[in-house]
Design a protein around this ligand. Sequence first.
Ligand code: HEM
Length: 147
Amino acid sequence: MEFSTIIKQAHSGVAYLALIFLVIVVINAFAGMSGNKEFTEKDRKLGLFGLIFTHIQLLLGLILYFVSPMVQSMGVAMKDSTMRLYALEHPLINIIAIVLITIGWSKHKKTADSKGKFKKFAIFYTLGLILILSRIPWKMWLPSLFA
Ligand code: HEM
């Protein structure tokens, strides 16, 4: 199998893990905030997994950007909205999203109280998740949903 195919399949697979954990962190953060719950080790671990999988996805995405045959045909890409999504919007917006998630992670560490920690996750992970969801090439990823 070609290198670019292996990386693409890994990027398609890790996408599930990254999204699942981001959704869980966001729901958990809002629940913790509104229920005035104590921020425990379980809450920290969830945030950490969300961070780790998005960073793995960033790494795979960066490699993919340089080896993907799809992106290499960039010359004509900008005229076509699907190609523009792959070549420009998806990478750019997702990098911004992952930066926001990383900021949320480091801000939660500097915050002492439970409510503040949940709030940092609620704000930054939610923003990151919304940005990521807005630029996923859904039809390419889950074609069966659109059949
Ligand atoms: C958490 C963040 C991200 C998620 C959830 C995500 C998810 C996805 C998904 C679901 C696809 C479609 C795969 C398929 O067709 O089966 C895709 C394609 C792609 N992604 Fe990402 N991605 C993320 C971040 C990034 C970043 C940061 C980059 C680049 C720096 C990137 C570069 C690419 C490229 C180049 C493709 C198209 C590859 C091809 O079809 O040859 N992604 N991504």
